[in-house]
Design a protein around this ligand. Structure first.
Ligand code: SF4
Length: 200
């Protein structure tokens, strides 16, 4: 079992987006993503190899040095890796584990405490995520993304907190979303607060 993970970056900050926005959280960004979103704002994380690596125990030690209780496993696409040892180690230490995933790969056998499912039209999600997600978050880059977002929500097997989040570099997207959520109030606007605040 490979329990060493490629670490792009890790830091203690606040969760800036989605359901847990505003929550202090320790972020661990794992290297590797093959989804290929054209508007990706973390392209530097696509490479899977060549990063410093760390074990689950090492990561636990990093987090233990902070007051964090909430840990976000993100990427890249974190589910490219075997997350089971990492989830078990951190949950065993009492941490609340949120993962942010496009769903491009099968879910880990150990369930995180919270699954932020952010499907991407560039690579079809594994169907299992539609049954276990806790939150749906769709990035809006073009007007056609609203229809695609609806198709994603229809596939979810229960009603989830559902967010539309603008591509930060698409200046019209916030306006489009504001109009859309007023007409479709079961969706909510998600802004990337950390970007507006200039924090990691
Ligand atoms: S899934 Fe995430 S990290 Fe991967 S290309 Fe898309 S936005 Fe970037």
């Amino acid at each position: 079992m490979n329990s060493f993970y490629p670490i792009v970056e890790h830091f203690y900050t606040i969760q800036g987006e989605g359901y847990w926005a505003g929550t202090p959280a320790y972020f661990i960004r794992l290297g590797g993503c093959d989804v290929g979103c054209s508007w990706c704002d973390t392209r530097y994380s696509w490479r899977k190899e060549g990063w410093p690596t760390a074990s689950a125990e090492q990561m636990k030690e990093w987090i233990c040095r902070t007051p964090a209780r909430h840990v976000v496993l993100t990427g890249g696409e974190p589910t490219m890796h075997d997350l089971e040892p990492l989830i078990q180690t951190l949950q065993g230490a009492g941490y609340f584990i949120q993962i942010e995933t496009s769903g491009a790969y099968a879910p880990p056998s150990s369930r995180p405490n919270w699954i932020t499912f952010s499907p991407k039209r560039f690579k079809s999600p594994h169907p299992a995520w539609y049954a276990i997600a806790d939150e749906l978050k769709v990035v809006i880059h073009a007007p056609s993304d609203f229809q695609w977002a609806e198709t994603q929500r229809l596939q979810c097997q229960r009603a989830l907190p559902s967010f539309l989040q603008p591509d930060f570099y698409q200046q019209s997207a916030v306006k489009w979303i504001l109009e859309y959520v007023r007409e479709h109030p079961s969706w909510r606007l998600s802004l990337q607060w950390h970007r507006y605040l200039g924090i990691p």
